[in-house]
Design a protein around this ligand. Structure first.
Ligand SMILES: [Zn+2]
Length: 164
């Protein structure tokens, strides 16, 4: 049982409240917890043997990386990041998925090296506290903001040449 596949099945059934946009190689979703406002994920469409970037065929990898890069740009614009952080994990669920964190000064409090450091220097129990779950209204607002920027960075080419 793969958590990423579960979430993708929910998207296909129209039941994933965190879903924002489908791209060629993956799905853009907002994170369940929003300690880092705008935290988003880019879920690769296929579950299978390709659990590393170097397992992907070059053209597929290039497309996946290009789309992830533009998703990060949209997240950065929508949520005014000072810096984006990127993580491609998958020991828990061997299914390629990017974690995209908009970072801002002070966002890990006094943790890390005097308040500086990677997201995982912030305590897990705080990051995943229920207080960080967005309300339905906040989530809807965030999805609108991100979708608007995604449509901007992907532009008409992504939508197909025949669209007005
Ligand atoms: Zn999967």
């Amino acid at each position: 049982m793969c958590l990423i596949c579960d979430r993708i099945e929910m998207i296909k059934r129209g039941e994933n409240p965190f879903f924002v946009k489908e791209l060629e190689t993956g799905y853009v979703v907002l994170g369940d917890h929003q300690h880092f406002p705008g935290y988003a994920l880019f879920l690769y469409k296929r579950h299978g043997d390709a659990t590393e970037l170097f397992h992907l065929a070059p053209a597929e990898r290039a497309k996946f990386l290009e789309e992830m890069t533009l998703v990060a740009q949209a997240v950065s614009r929508a949520f005014q990041a000072e810096k984006m952080n990127y993580e491609l994990l998958g020991m828990g669920d061997a299914h390629l998925h990017w974690h995209l964190f908009p970072r801002r000064t002070g966002d890990i409090g006094s943790y890390g090296n005097g308040g500086r450091g990677p997201v995982w220097w912030y305590p897990m129990e705080k990051m995943y506290d229920d207080e960080n779950r967005p309300s339905p209204e906040t989530l809807a607002e965030m999805k609108r903001a991100l979708l608007s920027e995604l449509d901007r960075v992907f532009g008409p080419m992504e939508m197909g040449a025949n669209r007005p």
